[in-house]
Design a protein around this ligand. Structure first.
Ligand SMILES: Nc1ncnc2c1ncn2[C@@H]1O[C@H](COP(=O)(O)OP(=O)(O)OP(=O)(O)O)[C@@H](O)[C@H]1O
Ligand SMILES: [Mg+2]
Length: 382
């Protein structure tokens, strides 16, 4: 028999056959980029933002639009922003031009040198005079626009995890970046972020420099029909038979969340017998997944306050349309004022454990929610 690999990947960017649909989103983002519309793409963690923007960047490249991708996740200072952005520009432009001379032309204040990482991929290192950070920042931020204007070309810059900009020196960087960007005519900017409330505050608060500087694009889950087709194709491609009922049960369990769908299917593939998957396999896979995650969940749980735990229990037992602050919950936890719970909810949102969607609070990680309901709430450990 052929040697198949598990076809489901969870965590990190997915591409090729492991990437499901998103055709509407790709089309819309391409239109925005062609029209030089800046976009703010946001969603909960692991909805597929990074995978989607890479797919879009591949397409723009075929149209002659030059793509630059900067991951701001690791940055927390202005200096680190400068390094990451200069590296991102160098990575892209060195595939178009003789790199060394071009870098000298583009960046008079920076010293860039190319080496190779242990895997043999080119890697840029960046040095500059730390006492001239502000001027160096301005130079890096306008370098791509200047280059493209000279060449008569257009480009797109993705700032992934853009909310990290607030970690640098707060509004000073925001203001400087915003005032540079608004003069750019050859670059469209795609601001991507996962901490929804933070990102929205950056762009929707009239007192912030980036107020209304782009189109807000909330990325939704993947439509059930598309996701079921994708799951079926991935299983069938690995020689596994799956019926329609089970496909429906999978996406119902994962609420069409792409990451949890890939995760659950990965486990289903691990436990399947005779290369067939049936409805009975789904609860077995959920059990195994929860067992695998339980140490991580327990660690998270241990770090929470009593009140935060109570709120999570309330949310884990709250169905659509119900309030977690309903009288029976307040009575159960001996709370006289809902405000006490609301404060705890806010702190859980800061920890990225809870989010608010369509006016309703919910636990972000579906399986954490299930774990709380089955392992904690039932045993009344709160
Ligand atoms: N279009 C898709 N098709 C199939 N799986 C997807 C898709 N988008 C996301 N996923 C699943 O979600 C996981 C995370 O994807 P990705 O890193 O692109 O999301 P993200 O929103 O950028 O996450 P983060 O919030 O961690 O930055 C992938 O490893 C994959 O399992
Ligand atoms: Mg991402």
């Amino acid at each position: 028999m052929r040697d198949f690999k598990n076809p489901f990947i969870y965590g990190g960017r997915v591409s090729g056959g492991a990437f499901c649909n998103r055709e509407g989103e790709i089309r819309e983002l391409l239109e925005d980029i062609r029209g030089r519309q800046h976009v703010i793409l946001s969603s909960q963690r692991r909805f597929g933002k990074t995978s989607l923007v890479w797919k879009v960047l591949e397409e723009t490249q075929t149209e002659g639009i030059i793509p630059v991708y900067a991951d701001l996740y690791p940055i927390s200072t202005l200096g680190e922003f400068i390094e990451e952005y200069a590296r991102a520009i160098a990575r892209t432009l060195s595939s178009y031009e003789k790199a060394k001379r071009l870098m000298r032309e583009l960046f008079s204040r920076l010293h860039l040198s190319m080496g190779v990482d242990p895997a043999g991929n080119p890697q840029w290192s960046v040095g500059f005079d730390r006492s001239r950070e502000a001027e160096t920042f301005d130079e890096v931020v306008s370098s791509l626009e200047n280059y493209l204007r000279r060449k008569g070309k257009y480009g797109v810059v993705v700032f992934d995890e853009f909310q990290q900009i607030t970690e640098t020196d707060g509004e000073k960087t925001e203001r400087r970046l915003r005032s540079a960007i608004q003069t750019h005519e050859h670059v469209s900017y795609l601001f991507v972020g996962s901490k929804r409330h933070l990102l929205h505050d950056l762009f929707s608060n009239p007192n912030r420099p980036f107020y209304r500087s782009g189109k807000i694009f909330p990325l939704e889950k993947i439509a059930s029909g598309h996701l079921q087709k994708f799951v079926k194709k991935r299983f069938n491609g690995a020689g596994v038979d799956i019926d329609e009922k089970t496909l429906g049960l999978i996406v119902e369990t994962t609420e069409c969340h792409p990451y949890y769908t890939q995760y659950l299917c990965h486990v289903l593939y691990d436990i399947m017998e005779k290369r067939r998957i049936r409805t009975d396999d789904v609860p077995r896979a959920i059990d195994l997944l929860l067992r695998r995650e339980s140490t991580a969940y327990m660690n998270t749980w241990d770090l929470l306050t009593h009140r935060q735990r109570q709120v999570l229990v309330a949310l884990s037992e709250t169905g659509p349309g119900d309030s977690p602050f309903r009288p029976e919950m307040l009575r159960r936890f001996n709370i006289s004022q809902p405000a006490v719970m609301i404060r705890a909810v806010k702190s859980l949102m800061d920890k990225d454990l809870v989010d608010r969607e369509n006016g309703q609070y919910g636990i972000i990680d579906l399986f954490f929610k299930r774990w709380i309901r089955t392992s904690i709430a039932m045993s009344s450990q709160v």
